[in-house]
Design a protein around this ligand. Sequence first.
Ligand SMILES: Cc1cc2nc3c(=O)[nH]c(=O)nc-3n(C[C@H](O)[C@H](O)[C@H](O)COP(=O)(O)OP(=O)(O)OC[C@H]3O[C@@H](n4cnc5c(N)ncnc54)[C@H](O)[C@@H]3O)c2cc1C
Length: 235
Amino acid sequence: VNGAKCFITNGDVSDFYTTLVTVEPGAGPAGVRLLLIDGRESPGVTVTGRERKMGLRGSTIVGLSFDDVEVPVGNLIGGERGFGALMAMFDFARPNVAAQGVGLATGAMEYALAYTLERRAFGKPVFEFQGVSFMIADMAIQIEAARELVYAAAAEVDRGGPRAGELSAMAKTFCTDTAMAVATDAVQCLGGHGYLADHPVERMMRDAKVLQIYEGTNQIQRVILSRLLARRAGR
Ligand SMILES: Cc1cc2nc3c(=O)[nH]c(=O)nc-3n(C[C@H](O)[C@H](O)[C@H](O)COP(=O)(O)OP(=O)(O)OC[C@H]3O[C@@H](n4cnc5c(N)ncnc54)[C@H](O)[C@@H]3O)c2cc1C
């Protein structure tokens, strides 16, 4: 294998890399293969640099370069159907990102709830202003719906059902959009204090952003979903 890849999460501390490679340029999905590269036993795998990022600072993203890396034939995933294997992997991975969104949103909502019940302005807890409490009620509604969608997607993937791709894309999009909206509103509920690093909601807001981007952006999820819907309608 020869080439380079940017944006690899935890690439500097990983032993194994799932790597999509081109074997037949110009052949589209049929011309790619999925490989498991063992970084410990493969001379030629090098970390080329670590990025600085907005959030998710508990993990790293690095660039990798592959120089004449030899991969045993037993490390071919999905045989000739590397692209299909990758798509199946995404169906499995996207509900996980969706679940990250639900967890993050739940943490942000619980923090905002506790804070607004405590914080007093104009003689009463700010939670007693409907403008604030309705924001939190809306968070709870969104989170509950998001959680059920994760369960639906995970169950469909587990049983290998026909709607796995569709539900995974829906869950990834809805749950991560929910995480971004809830984290942003949680910062709002804390007012100026929400903007300070003293409280976790500003970190949650920065962390939520990447959930809408990685594992396929939410625009790409909508592309996938609309294609599946059109196919079902016979187009
Ligand atoms: C913290 C972090 C960790 C990551 N970890 C990994 C990792 O471990 N492994 C890995 O392989 N990648 C990883 N990535 C990369 C990530 O998957 C990509 O950044 C993401 O898929 C978007 O690709 P791009 O950056 O090339 O955006 P672009 O493709 O340049 O997209 C730019 C904008 O155009 C939109 N767009 C592009 N094409 C279309 C289209 N057809 N229709 C509609 N809108 C479109 C996108 O949604 C986006 O808004 C990571 C990224 C980050 C930030």
